[in-house]
Design a protein around this ligand. Structure first.
Ligand SMILES: Cc1ncc(COP(=O)(O)O)c(C=O)c1O
Length: 370
């Protein structure tokens, strides 16, 4: 019966054209990975990391959670280094952005509190909130009026959650205006910087720092699996917040700490970025070039980030569009419902510092011909 039930659910997905399947990466021009700055494939960086790991005696794994045997001086030094980059009093490393968001949203808001979150917030923000006993309400995407209406009704300690760069739309949250509202209603404003870390701000510090808002928005989630090219995440904030997370955030407490190699990768990736600010500039040029090439007849979402979108409604139609692009040697992933709302299926085009103008132009020609 159990297997019959799950088979029925899978069959329903198949019928709706939304069955998820794993596929190994294929050869083609990369317009789909989150490696926005090419750090994941930067040979100089990879060699440097290997050199450091080979030259130091270290264990393969961390052998335990941070509170038991998994901590190290390197861990703590890296957290101090990241605090400097992110203009924060302190940082706490989590094993992934998913775990960092779940770790924050499950433990800071309490019963009687209210979380107001952008309706397009990432699944891990939502999953974290589901583990909290606070009340949660979404506000319309980037809609300050709707947010204020909900702020007026909110009870207890209020939390506002958003992403600085939206993962599936690529647009920015109005951070300065939202921060003003959070001050007006005495709310804690928490920003997920997954898709802006590395891409924006000096040394990849993210959009909040880039906008000069680091003191006003201290609690942020920065991830290292996208533009930083490696894996993991950290939560920024005052020392007392870090201390609280160490004590109460279950995804931090009850898991084996990151291995040494991963910590070195994070440190070296940021050092590479400080040495090569041109990577960011090249990406900005490519974003501008792409936007310039795209004809207005395509349905897009206004975005100045590395994530660009062409909307083509319907799961089957969008899958066919992705397939056609792939047949011409370019990899762009179709995003189906239910990952995005039905009717807002899209091609998610990721731009990189290493894409050439010719590649971008050819991709745009294909998009125009769809
Ligand atoms: C906005 C956002 N937050 C968090 C995450 C999760 O980060 P990680 O991949 O490090 O778990 C993602 C990744 O898809 C994301 O897009």
């Amino acid at each position: 019966m159990f297997y019959q039930n799950i088979a029925t659910e899978l069959e329903k997905r198949k019928q709706e054209g939304s069955l998820r399947k794993l596929s190994v990466p294929i050869n083609g021009i990369d317009f789909y990975s989150n490696d926005y700055l090419g750090l994941a494939q930067n040979q100089e960086l990879i060699e440097k990391i290997n050199q450091i790991c080979n030259s130091q005696k270290h264990k393969l794994g961390s052998t335990g959670s941070r509170l038991l045997s998994g901590n190290s001086a390197y861990f703590e030094e890296l957290e101090c280094y990241l605090a400097q980059i992110f203009e924060s009093e302190s940082t706490l490393i989590f094993n992934s952005g998913y775990m960092a968001n779940v770790g924050v949203f499950s433990c800071l808001p309490k019963r009687g509190d209210t979380i107001l979150y952008d309706e397009l917030s990432h699944a891990c923000i939502k999953d974290g909130m589901r583990l909290s006993f606070a009340e949660k309400f979404s506000f319309k995407h980037n809609d300050l009026n709707d947010l204020e209406i909900k702020l007026k009704r909110a009870k207890g300690q209020i939390f506002i959650a958003t992403e600085s760069v939206f993962s599936m739309d690529g647009d920015f949250a109005p951070l300065a205006e939202m921060e003003k509202l959070s001050e007006k209603y005495n709310a804690q404003f928490i920003v997920d910087e997954a898709h802006s870390t590395g891409v924006f701000g000096q040394y990849g510090s993210g959009l909040v720092c880039h906008l000069g808002l680091s003191l006003k928005i201290p609690i942020r989630i920065h991830t290292f699996g996208k533009a930083i090219g490696t894996h993991g995440a950290c939560v920024t904030g005052p020392k007392i917040l870090t201390e609280y997370l160490i004590n109460f955030s279950r995804p931090f407490i009850y898991t084996t700490a990151m291995p040494f190699h991963n910590l070195v990768s994070i440190k070296m990736a940021f050092e590479q970025l400080t040495k090569e600010p041109d990577l960011q500039h090249k990406l900005y040029e490519n974003i501008a070039f792409f936007k310039n090439q795209l004809q207005p007849k395509l349905k897009t979402i206004a975005s100045s980030s590395a994530v660009q979108v062409v909307l083509i409604s319907g799961n089957e139609t969008i899958k066919n569009a992705g397939q056609k692009i792939q047949e011409q040697g370019f990899i762009v992933k179709p995003i189906l419902s239910p990952t995005v709302k039905k009717g807002s299926e899209r091609l998610r085009i990721c731009l990189h510092s290493y894409n050439t103008e010719l590649e971008i132009k050819e991709l745009c020609d294909i998009l125009h011909g769809l």
